[in-house]
Design a protein around this ligand. Structure first.
Ligand code: GSH
Length: 214
């Protein structure tokens, strides 16, 4: 059975799409329209009850969700591509980057910008909604901006996040840096330089083209 990849163009699944293409794996892509609520349809919830993308259905029919879990499985299942360093400390650093990007930059910061409604208290009057929305979004921008400042101090001047090779950490960094670009959030110099190096990777260019970005 071929791998089945559930994704949305320009979302966090883009990072995993890059890994799948780097590994040159045959897979079927299933595109979900999040604004239309495809991820809340019963057929998708039966597959991934969390109602989130990405999800990957493995050759034996098992379903994996969560960016880090899918990236880890791909890297360990196909180790020759070196997507997770052999060195234990470097591998731990790659996981550390992924967790920070997915859990904090995305999970605490960008979600306040992209799914603001989820942060509004129940029963809020229509009059109060604009001020609450602004406050939630301002907090989201603050979390992301603080995270970029922290990343700036830890990113290397050259190469990729944890060495000379593209790793699972870069797949995660790619999508939050891409979102900064799309939402015009300023990037400090090292973050911007890494983003340029990631955008120069041929597979990254191919995936962004496939997902409709030039
Ligand atoms: N922690 C999850 C986060 C996934 C996630 O939040 N994905 C977003 C798209 S980038 C999503 O599915 N949003 C729909 C929703 O939460 O309703 C992961 O690592 O996969």
């Amino acid at each position: 059975m071929t791998l089945k990849f559930y994704m949305t163009p320009g979302s966090c699944s883009t990072g995993l799409h890059v890994l799948l293409e780097m590994l040159e794996l045959p897979f079927e892509a299933y595109v979900l329209n999040l604004p239309a609520g495809d991820h809340r349809q019963p057929a998708y919830l039966a597959l991934n009850p969390k109602g989130t993308i990405p999800a990957l259905v493995l050759d034996d029919g098992q379903v994996l969700s969560e960016f880090q879990a899918i990236a880890f499985w791909l890297a360990r299942r196909y180790p020759k591509a070196g997507l997770l360093p052999d060195d234990p400390l470097l591998a731990a650093r790659a996981l550390e980057w992924m967790d920070y990007v997915v859990g904090t930059v995305h999970g605490q910061g960008y979600t306040r910008l992209f799914t603001t409604e989820a942060y509004l208290p129940a029963g809020l009057s229509t009059d109060d909604q604009p001020a609450w929305r602004d406050a939630v979004q301002a907090r989201g921008r603050e979390i992301v901006t603080q995270a970029f400042a922290l990343m700036e101090a830890r990113l290397p001047e050259a190469g990729f996040a944890v060495g000379e090779r593209f790793s699972v950490a870069d797949a995660a960094l790619l999508y939050v840096l891409f979102w900064a670009d799309k939402t015009r959030l300023p990037l400090p110099p090292r973050c911007a330089a890494l983003y340029q190096r990631l955008r120069a990777v041929p597979v990254v260019q191919q995936v962004l083209r496939e997902e409709g970005y030039r």
